[in-house]
Write a protein that binds this ligand. Structure first.
Ligand SMILES: *[C@@H]1O[C@H](CO)[C@@H](O)[C@H](O)[C@H]1NC(C)=O
Ligand SMILES: *[C@@H]1O[C@H](CO)[C@@H](O)[C@H](O)[C@H]1NC(C)=O
Ligand SMILES: *[C@@H]1O[C@H](CO)[C@@H](O)[C@H](O)[C@H]1NC(C)=O
Ligand SMILES: *[C@@H]1O[C@H](CO)[C@@H](O)[C@H](O)[C@H]1NC(C)=O
Ligand SMILES: *[C@@H]1O[C@H](CO)[C@@H](O)[C@H](O)[C@H]1NC(C)=O
Ligand SMILES: *[C@@H]1O[C@H](CO)[C@@H](O)[C@H](O)[C@H]1NC(C)=O
Ligand SMILES: *[C@@H]1O[C@H](CO)[C@@H](O)[C@H](O)[C@H]1NC(C)=O
Length: 469
């Protein structure tokens, strides 16, 4: 995401969601028993012939994560009154199905195939004692654009899972964010003349948000056309994302694929993302992320940051990106920090990555700035122990293949490169790799050569607490 500070957003999200979160679940409590009854009455119709039948299978049979005890406890949203014609408001039915399943957990909330459910912004709140499966086989979509969004419901998020420890969200269905009218708001980038933006309300909902949840699995879903980020994790622990497909147009603003912030332990595997902003973005307070076999593009690449905006403290470490393909993207693998921040990005590995016509395939930018001019500041989020290994393919010659723009006061240290082979995708490259205050080593000869990386350590190292994490 390029436009607003993510840290700031999280802060706003937290403030704005805590109350409704708590409210949503307790608020529905009195409905539960009444609908529980309804569920049992109609579940004989909704249930598949045998608990083991296809309805619990994921598209890839070997990876169905639903444990067997869940399968005889299915809460079909249609049994709770959801219509599924794409017009009727099915919000209450979804909420009641969730609350009932949560109370009876382990249980499955089933969104059946062949129906399109329109639901408003909703917070599905746990915890559910023994885990819960939210199985989407049909289509879920929000009201169509800002004009249809109820005025009293805030516009920063749509489907939210809060305190949903042990949640498995999976299925062969589709989450369609219907983003088009949001992308066209006058406030969005380039909607004014000459690439400017116009004033006006700009909040747009994240399609799928996980907040304060542990042990969550997002598996095999298709998520398209989010008004803003497609998937966002805040304050979560032990996240597993696998076989997810995310698609929105290359011109759709701020539609990051998967954003992770203030979270510990996440894997993102076997997923395909094409969108109008970062493919995967990693925000402050995030540790132990493993990204493997992800294909990005068009997109703005895989990013750590932006970090340190408005003098904030940001720490990110132990991030691995392996077996990625990045194509037709504005950036490949990127670390971006604002001047004036503090904290550290460290222990990051970018390995076995194929670039195809990418601008800035390898970039560290410690002068990240989206306003006209950012004042020079001495403080910076430090960047160290970053390894780039086996990164090959082609780049768009409008930018150098490698750009290491490190801070004057806190140079990047222990930046290592090996087996880099980046060739111009089109025409002749005139720009040499860019290096500024970058220390480390070229472990093998690279194409283009990176002799501009300085050996050893900078002569003066700032000795203060600003880097502490
Ligand atoms: C997460 O899963 C682990 C392992 O199954 C379990 O020990 C832990 O209690 C779970 N955490 C939460 C918050 O449910
Ligand atoms: C857009 O740019 C053109 C050419 O530079 C200029 O003549 C015009 O006034 C600009 N329009 C606005 C609204 O800034
Ligand atoms: C992480 O979550 C998964 C899925 O809920 C669970 O099986 C696993 O035990 C958890 N791991 C840890 C270390 O908590
Ligand atoms: C990589 O991900 C793609 C897309 O999900 C999948 O088809 C492929 O089997 C995965 N490759 C491996 C080695 O798992
Ligand atoms: C780094 O993250 C991986 C998961 O991606 C985890 O298995 C490993 O233990 C972490 N290493 C450290 C030192 O925390
Ligand atoms: C920041 O420093 C650079 C390099 O010394 C200089 O070119 C630039 O003009 C400065 N920017 C501002 C806003 O002072
Ligand atoms: C340099 O970074 C690598 C990881 O990229 C790490 O294994 C190594 O220990 C670091 N070296 C120093 C001296 O910190």
């Amino acid at each position: 995401m390029e436009e607003v500070s993510k840290t700031m957003l999280t802060f706003l999200f937290c403030i704005s969601t805590l109350l409704p979160c708590i409210h949503s679940r307790t608020g529905n409590h009195h409905h539960k028993h009444q609908h529980q009854h309804q569920h049992h009455k109609s579940s004989s119709i909704a249930l598949p012939p045998s608990p083991d039948s296809h309805i619990l299978d994921d598209l890839s049979p070997s990876t169905s994560p639903a444990p067997s005890p869940f399968s005889d406890n299915i809460f079909n949203v249609r049994s709770f009154g959801a219509v599924g014609d794409g017009v009727a408001d099915d919000t209450e039915a979804f909420k009641t199905a969730w609350d009932s399943a949560c109370e009876a957990s382990p249980a499955v909330v089933l969104v059946p195939a062949s129906f399109t459910f329109m639901i408003q912004s909703t917070i599905f709140t746990g915890p559910c004692q023994n885990g819960i499966v939210f199985q989407v086989e049909g289509v879920i979509m929000p009201p169509d654009g800002p004009d249809s969004w109820p005025a009293n419901i805030h516009r920063k998020q749509w489907l939210v899972f809060y305190k949903a420890d042990g949640l498995i969200l999976h299925g062969g269905g589709l989450i369609d964010g219907r983003g088009e009218k949001w992308w066209n708001l006058p406030c969005k980038p380039h909607k004014g003349a000459n690439g400017t933006t116009l004033p006006g309300p700009c909040d747009s909902p994240v399609a799928l948000r996980f907040f304060s949840s542990s042990n969550i699995t997002l598996h095999g879903m298709k998520i398209i056309n989010s008004p803003q980020f497609h998937v966002r994790f805040d304050n979560c622990k032990n996240i597993s994302v696998d076989s997810v497909s995310i698609t929105s147009p290359a011109h759709s603003p701020n539609t990051d694929g998967i954003h992770i912030e203030n979270s510990i332990s996440a894997s993102i595997h076997n997923s395909i993302i094409s969108n109008g902003d970062d493919c995967v973005s990693i925000g402050a307070g995030t540790f132990n992320v493993d990204i493997n076999n992800v294909t990005c593009g068009p997109s703005h690449g895989i990013s750590i940051g932006s970090l340190g905006k408005q003098n904030t403290h940001a720490c990110v470490s132990n991030i691995t990106v392996k077996n990625a393909v990045i194509k037709n993207s504005d950036n490949g693998v990127r670390i971006k920090t604002w001047q004036g921040g503090s904290g550290t990005v460290s222990s990051v590995k970018f390995q076995d990555i194929h670039m195809d016509n990418v601008r800035n395939p390898i970039i560290i930018d410690q002068y990240y700035c989206l306003i006209k001019e950012c004042a020079n500041q001495t403080k910076a989020v430090s960047v160290s122990n970053i390894a780039y290994t086996n990164i090959k393919g082609t780049y768009d010659v409008r930018s150098p293949a490698v750009h290491f723009g490190c801070s004057d006061s806190r140079p990047c240290t222990n930046i290592t490169v090996s087996e880099i082979e980046l060739l111009p995708a089109n025409g002749v490259s005139i720009a040499d790799p860019f290096c500024w205050n970058v220390y480390g080593a070229m472990d093998t000869v690279t194409i283009p050569p990176l002799f501009c990386i300085l050996d050893g350590l900078p002569r003066t190292i700032m000795d203060d607490d600003a880097e502490k994490c």
